[in-house]
Design a protein around this ligand. Structure first.
Ligand SMILES: CSC[C@@H](O)[C@@H](O)C(=O)COP(=O)(O)O
Ligand SMILES: [Zn+2]
Length: 209
């Protein structure tokens, strides 16, 4: 991959990070973002671990290889959850993968954990996932949150299929992807809108039931 492409991808991911950060979607240094730089062999930029993701610096991202290891000499540590991004790239046509912790995605993951998924139907915004039929259903699988990251990555991998665009991790967050940064961000925004609307409906219309 040429340096210019790496720079362009870096810029693209940094811009997405700024927008998500402005929404407060990285509380307590949580969250991690990645963007694919090359396909064969797989290489992607991923956020450095434990950083304040509301700040924009020259050390925000690390280039990693197909084994989630740094592809160049660096003191920086790739995100602790890099393996989840690797799985997304291995199993989908994604060019970008976004993971955030929000109050809404955490509450939804807990509310529907026993069902193992949450579904949305009859909501205009499921069109953001290219679901145009009137009776179309958007399904969001929910997985447990084992501390051992390879186990978590395997649970995620089991839920990935053509009609899945993101997976909720119980009491943790959501991992979302898209063919490029624009689409991944679109998917993430649509998920969060659907979660917030659903929770507002339950509180205000159903009295919290
Ligand atoms: C500090 S809480 C969040 C972490 O445990 C993790 O879930 C997370 O999203 C961020 O980890 P990171 O290693 O910075 O990518
Ligand atoms: Zn996380």
């Amino acid at each position: 991959m040429k340096t210019i492409d790496l720079k362009a991808r870096w810029q693209e991911l940094a811009d997405v990070k700024d927008v998500l950060g402005a929404r407060g979607w990285f509380p307590g240094t949580s969250g991690n973002l990645s963007i694919k730089v090359s396909d064969d062999p797989l290489e992607f930029l991923v956020t450095a671990s434990g950083k304040d993701k509301y700040k924009r610096t020259d050390e925000d991202f690390v280039l990693v290889n197909q084994h989630s290891q740094p592809a160049e000499d660096t003191q920086l540590k790739p995100s602790a959850e890099t393996l989840l991004h690797q799985k997304v790239y291995e199993l989908t046509d994604a060019g970008c993968s976004l993971h955030v912790h929000t109050v809404s995605n955490n509450v939804m993951s807990e509310l529907y954990a026993k069902k193992g998924e949450v579904t949305f139907q009859g909501q205009e915004l499921i069109k953001a996932f290219n679901l145009w039929e009137e009776d179309a259903v958007l399904r969001v699988p929910i997985i447990e949150n084992p501390a051992h990251i390879p186990d978590l990555a395997n649970l995620l991998a089991e839920k990935i299929d053509d009609n899945v665009f993101g997976v909720l991790i119980k009491n943790h967050g959501i991992t979302v992807w898209g063919r490029n940064a624009f689409e991944a961000k679109k998917h993430l925004e649509a998920f969060e809108f659907l979660f917030e609307s659903h929770l507002a409906f339950r509180i205000h219309i159903q009295g919290g039931r």
